[in-house]
Design a binder for this molecule. Structure first.
Ligand SMILES: Cc1cc2nc3c(=O)[nH]c(=O)nc-3n(C[C@H](O)[C@H](O)[C@H](O)COP(=O)(O)OP(=O)(O)OC[C@H]3O[C@@H](n4cnc5c(N)ncnc54)[C@H](O)[C@@H]3O)c2cc1C
Ligand code: SF4
Length: 450
């Protein structure tokens, strides 16, 4: 490790990894600083598939996407320091100093350019001010996801979800497959926020109700959560008297929004968007502090990891140009892929095979709205016997959670039984992309990062 790098990247999620690759490709010396023990960012806990449709042209799990992004750095002049928490950034004009806390003590790294790729964090109960007591059993969706997917924990059995964003929807399916009863998803807005495909595949597939214009108006319980009160809301999003009903449950999952993570940026004087807390940048992704660039969820929360990686390549390349005095900055491309969100239309099938997300309907025996034959075949299968890729975790011989996925889509009706059968599996040997176990003739591949 050196004490000066042309480009220092903070965060090793998809943004940091892609930024590093692009900066190094232009000849810059690069270091990535990551506070966790491994690279991949939030992707490591997102074991469902659907990542990488644009960048890698196939449906990957989060850990598989991360593994590919890490593999792309092989052979490049990039130092990666994990277990390295960046605690402070100091602007010394042309050069910046980065103070890093590592297991072996404090480090100072000097750099010409910084790329902020610190991701985002979740909005908590305190921030939405839900009244009531403070029992255990209330989790943000991402925290619940990390407990279940990374630690294999059983977090509860009767679950209510507040908020219809994608993380909450994905957790509704995940907890159902783990054997919990998800009693309902309650959304304060008049329409759902999540992707149509997630409403279909995470809620409708399992008969989980979704009610809009509703909130959790009270949390009830002493040690552990015992119930929540849900109420309809008025146009000011206040609970309407007389509409409350009590739902007995032991777990409440909050999926109520993400906030760009920018403490470091604001310490350095980077201007933030007062509404979103995202780092403000110009067209070349440079922040208000010259030599400091931002990309990914710390700039603006993006739905797709693929878009994050693409944007980060521009930020990384421009950070290298700044450091090496190359000029010729690239402007960030418009990231205009917006997958369909909200209520799925009745009698319409949302194709999930590529990011276009075509809405396909059948009228008088004719299919309408499909963009390609593959999508047409998907819609026909969806009509008669829907198929899904099953993703889950199983334990290895050391008790670690290993993400797995079925090698082919399986009948939707078999998902719960297959998941239950997988619970007794203990993996001896496993390698990413290879068959880890077989249940009822169906092969499950290890889908881990590395
Ligand atoms: C639950 C969930 C489901 C999703 N589902 C999908 C999906 O199906 N398909 C899809 O394409 N996208 C999905 N996404 C979106 C996608 O995963 C994210 O948009 C993307 O991972 C964000 O990348 P990032 O690099 O900006 O942030 P992150 O992946 O969050 O990475 C930020 C990194 O910065 C590190 N860091 C932060 N502060 C510091 C510090 N001070 N010092 C050192 N390191 C630091 C963090 O530890 C982290 O590793 C999902 C996201 C979530 C949360
Ligand atoms: S129908 Fe074809 S183009 Fe449309 S979303 Fe499906 S795969 Fe993509």
């Amino acid at each position: 490790m050196k004490d000066f790098y042309d480009v220092a990247i903070i965060g090793a999620g998809p943004a940091g990894l892609a930024a590093a690759k692009a900066a190094s490709a232009l000849g810059a010396s690069v270091i990535i600083l990551e506070r966790e023990a491994r690279c991949g960012g939030i992707l490591n806990q997102c074991i469902h598939d659907g990542f990488g449709l644009m960048r890698y042209h196939r449906a990957l799990t989060g850990p598989e996407y991360a593994a590919r992004a890490i593999d792309e750095l092989e052979g490049m002049r990039i130092d990666i320091l994990t277990d390295a928490f960046v605690s402070q950034l100091v602007d010394n004009g042309d050069k910046k100093a980065i103070i890093v806390i590592t297991r072996s003590g404090l480090l100072t790294i000097n750099t010409a350019s910084i790329v902020l790729a610190t991701g985002c964090r979740e909005r908590t109960r305190g921030q939405i001010r839900t009244p009531g007591s403070r029992p255990s059993g209330v989790f943000t969706a991402g925290l619940a996801q990390s407990f279940v997917n990374l630690k294999g924990m059983d977090i509860g059995h009767r679950v209510v979800i507040l908020g219809s964003g994608d993380i909450g929807l994905i957790m509704a399916r995940r907890l159902t497959l783990e054997g919990a009863k998800v009693l309902g998803v309650y959304e304060i807005l008049s329409k759902p926020c999540g992707l149509k495909r997630n409403i279909t595949q995470c809620l409708y597939d399992f008969g989980i109700p979704l009610e809009t214009g509703m909130t959790v108006s009270r949390i009830i319980g002493s040690k552990r959560l015992e119930a929540v009160e849900v109420s309809q809301v008025d146009s000011d999003m206040k609970a309407i008297d007389g509409t409350a009903r009590i739902i007995e449950c032991d777990t409440l999952i909050l999926s109520v929004g993400l906030i760009p993570e920018n403490e470091l940026a604001s310490d350095l004087g980077v201007k933030l968007d007062p509404k979103t807390n995202g780092a403000l940048t110009d067209a070349i992704l440079q922040t208000s502090v010259p030599g400091v660039f931002a990309c990914g969820n710390c700039r603006k929360v993006l739905d797709l990891a693929d878009l994050v990686s693409r944007q980060a390549e521009t930020a990384g390349a421009n950070a290298a140009r700044h450091a090496l005095g190359l000029g010729g900055y690239e402007e960030a491309a418009e990231l205009d892929v917006s997958l369909p969100k909200g209520w799925p239309e009745k009698d319409v099938i949302n194709c999930t095979l590529c990011p276009r997300g075509c809405s396909i309907a059948f009228k008088d025996g004719k299919a309408l709205g499909y963009g390609c034959k593959r999508g047409l075949e998907y819609a026909k299968t969806e009509l008669v016997s829907p198929m899904r890729t099953l993703t889950a975790t199983v334990l290895d011989s050391k008790g670690h959670c290993v993400p797995i996925k079925s090698s082919v889509p399986v009948p939707r009706s078999s998902l719960v039984l297959l998941r239950q059968a997988l619970k007794s599996v203990r993996l001896a040997d496993h390698h990413s992309g290879q068959v880890a176990c077989t249940i009822d003739g169906i092969e499950f591949l290890s889908a881990e990062n590395g």
